[in-house]
Design a binder for this molecule. Structure first.
Ligand code: HEC
Ligand code: HEC
Length: 286
């Protein structure tokens, strides 16, 4: 019997054995490509780290820093995170860049202050963090010395204990959507109200209310819970996606910054669908 095994059967068997490896390669794309997708897309690092003019991103300044966040408790200046060795992060090791992003601690031990959402970045998976670092290595180095930030409030000594390992989210639309809306896209950072003392009121996740002053006036983060009157429970999926990716509200009104619509527009259809699945799943709040 054994000697009579037709070649075709063996070929089929070999193909079957090869398949899992192929599927794995698809699930783990090239880290630089994945990193670009995250940094230039859902994570929108450039929304803060790429300086803007009236026409949008200043040309040739991708991730070169300098944007100022002027608020009562601080005057924060976005860092140059290009690989320039003098004014950027070119001399940092991969592990040092990774620690800065996920734990908010620089190589010299200084803490990174707000508004960078480190609290949420602590949940970035190991694979995605490595991908972000790999991509940041490939952006053109830009020589641009930025002023230091000034914090008129105490910064915490750390954002928590060291983060050892973070797994990918479970392969389920709501779990993937929660990961996109939290650690990667930080929707929850802006759309969750603040308590007195500057802490987020997490039990009111998605209820909105934070104010964002800027050249556009003051925009107020909306209630994005499924509440039918106060939130977006009455919106269709298409209306939600138009708001997130194009900045056009359900009633056709053009929405204001600082939400990074153009970055979210680069998300894959699957990630956008998972984001909507998560938005539909959170508790409806008035
Ligand atoms: C909401 C605005 C905001 C977002 C979003 C943001 N950052 Fe930052 N980031 C800042 C500011 C402001 C600083 C400087 C803070 C300070 O001086 O303590 C900073 C500092 C850093 C530093 C430290 C650099 C240095 O030279 O000290 C790194 C690295 C960094 N950011 C990477 C990233 C990456 C990667 C992303 C996206 C995953 C990101 N940031 C998203 C605002 C932001
Ligand atoms: C930097 C802060 C910020 C981040 C991050 C952010 N948003 Fe927003 N969002 C706002 C603000 C401010 C508005 C109100 C804009 C306006 O009314 O002109 C808004 C409006 C919206 C609206 C329209 C709601 C309505 O009733 O008009 C939706 C939906 C929305 N955001 C969903 C999201 C999702 C999903 C994410 C993450 C992928 C996200 N936002 C990330 C600040 C933010």
């Amino acid at each position: 019997m054994f000697r009579k095994t037709p070649a075709a059967t063996i070929a089929a068997l070999v193909l079957q054995l090869a398949l899992p490896a192929q599927a794995q390669a698809q699930a783990q794309p090239d880290p630089v490509a994945r990193g670009r997708y995250l940094v230039e897309g859902i994570a929108g690092c450039g929304n803060c780290h790429t300086p803007k003019g009236p026409q949008g991103d200043l040309p040739g300044m991708n991730m070169a820093g300098g944007a100022v966040f002027d608020e009562p408790p601080f005057r924060a200046v976005a860092s140059n995170i290009t690989p320039d060795p003098e004014t950027g992060i070119g001399r940092w090791t991969d592990a040092e860049v990774a620690r800065a992003i996920r734990e908010g601690i620089r190589p010299d031990g200084r803490i990174i202050g707000p508004p960078m959402p480190i609290e949420l970045y602590r949940g970035i998976s190991d694979a995605d963090l490595a991908a972000m670092v790999a991509y940041l290595r490939t952006v053109p180095a830009v020589r641009n010395a930025v002023e230091p930030s000034v914090y008129r409030m105490p910064l915490p000594p750390s954002y928590g204990p060291p983060v050892a390992n973070v797994a990918r989210p479970a392969d389920d639309p709501v779990a993937r959507g929660a990961y996109l809306a939290g650690p990667l896209g930080h929707c929850t950072e802006c759309h969750t109200p603040m308590r007195e003392g500057g802490q987020r009121d997490w039990p009111r996740l998605g209820a909105g209310g934070q104010q964002f002053p800027g050249p556009w006036g003051v925009s107020v983060a909306r209630n994005i819970t499924p509440h039918r009157e106060a939130g977006i429970g009455g919106w269709t999926d298409a209306q939600i996606l138009r708001a997130v990716t194009e900045g056009v509200s359900a009633d056709g009104r053009r929405m204001f910054p600082p939400m990074g619509y153009g970055y979210y527009a680069r998300m894959t259809p699957r990630d956008l669908a998972d984001l909507v699945a998560w938005l539909r799943s959170i508790p409806a709040l008035p």
